[in-house]
Design a protein around this ligand. Structure first.
Ligand code: FES
Length: 366
């Protein structure tokens, strides 16, 4: 057994994080990552990329110092950093600090869960995009249904030859499907070199078991917002946008809900039937289909111009709106920049870029 004072000494050497406005204190391990600490204690904080690229984990450093690891200056411009804003995912703790979480009214925290799921269907939506449907067979926290907010994602984990392969995918299905029917649906493009997607139809086939961890992500539907909702999805970024739009309509949203779907060409197009069904069912729903390339036989409703240009042309004024955005990083960053330039407040832009996998160091706390 150690000296009687050793325990107290070790506590004294742990950085203390005082959190406002909740007025709570957390003790961190020396050199612990701030986002990891907050996640470990289930403190609701927005985050997405976990690698200093998206800027969604910003919080205000009220006192004390943190060491900030490398980040993209677009995620935290110098002016913001100089005014005391930090990125929680890049902040390393070595001394007592006080932070203020922003946007706390808007935060929804679903506990991160571990689910054992069975593949119940794998259906082609295009020549290389598949709908993967999973049934939740077992969940930790027994008796508590799995919950998430529309627009969030999970990590799907497969073990191959003793090696764990984990990738993030957004739910295309709604939270109601998960909570009441234990069902999750994902839209995944199969690429020959995709560590997980190349297993579709092989290891990942109907009957196979998969591990799922989550939910994660901050680009989720805000049910209290009143005003037009624009859901913008490029490629398989359509998946979470279908979930957001459907959930908004199911929740009885009365203001316009407009979905913008963008694809390279007609071979990539999917989801038309679902969007048509939504249009027939809800008078306040409409959708746009933008294709980069024009080809004979394109769907009659398609316009031929980049998704960003079409969105900005169609919506003259984003005042009072919320925009949800998902897809490849280049597209998400370009549209985000244009929307902010047009005056859309940052708090009304909820964007999740599909970044490449991040290192284990910044993986969500277990
Ligand atoms: S910058 Fe921290 S989560 Fe993206």
């Amino acid at each position: 057994m150690g000296r009687p004072g050793e325990f107290l000494e070790s506590i004294h050497s742990m950085p203390r994080v005082h959190i406002l406005p909740a007025e709570t204190d957390l003790l961190a391990d020396p050199d612990e990552n701030l986002l990891k600490l907050l996640r470990r204690h289930q403190v609701p904080i927005r985050y997405s990329c976990k690698s200093g690229e998206c800027g969604s984990c910003k919080c205000v450093l009220e006192s004390g110092q943190v060491k900030l690891k490398k980040y993209d200056p677009k995620a935290l411009p110098d002016a913001q950093r100089d005014s005391g804003i930090i990125l929680a995912c890049r902040a390393i703790l070595s001394e007592d600090i006080t932070i203020r979480l922003t946007d706390s009214d808007d935060l929804i925290a679903h506990p991160e869960r571990k689910l054992l799921c069975r593949v119940v269907a794998l259906e082609p939506l295009t020549q290389d995009i598949f709908a993967l449907r999973l049934h939740i067979e077992f969940a930790d926290m027994e008796g508590i249904p799995f919950t998430f907010s529309a627009g969030q994602y999970v990590q799907i984990v497969v073990e191959v030859d003793g090696q764990e392969i984990a990738r993030d995918f957004s739910m295309a299905s709604t939270p109601v499907d998960a909570e009441y029917d234990d069902l999750l649906e994902f839209h995944i493009r199969r690429t020959p070199t995709g560590a997980l997607s190349s297993l579709l139809g092989g290891v990942i086939r109907p009957g196979a078991q998969l591990l799922v961890r989550g939910p994660m992500g901050t680009s989720y539907f805000r049910p209290r917002h009143q005003g037009p909702l624009y859901a913008v999805g490029g490629g398989t970024g359509l998946a979470p946008m279908l979930s957001v739009a459907q959930t908004a309509l199911d929740n009885g949203k009365l203001e316009p809900v407009v979905l913008f779907a963008g694809f390279r060409n007609q071979a990539d197009v999917y989801g038309l039937e679902q969007m048509e069904q939504m249009r027939r069912s809800y008078r306040n729903f409409s959708y746009h289909l933008a294709l980069d390339e024009a080809q004979p036989g394109d769907p009659p409703q398609a316009v031929h111009r980049p998704l960003a240009a079409h969105l900005l042309e169609q919506v003259a004024d984003f005042a009072g709106s919320k925009v949800y955005l998902a897809g490849p990083p280049g597209m998400v960053e370009a549209i985000s920049a244009s929307l902010l330039e047009r005056g859309l407040p940052e708090k009304d832009l909820h964007a999740d870029a599909f970044y490449p996998p991040v290192t284990a160091e910044l993986a969500p706390a277990a």
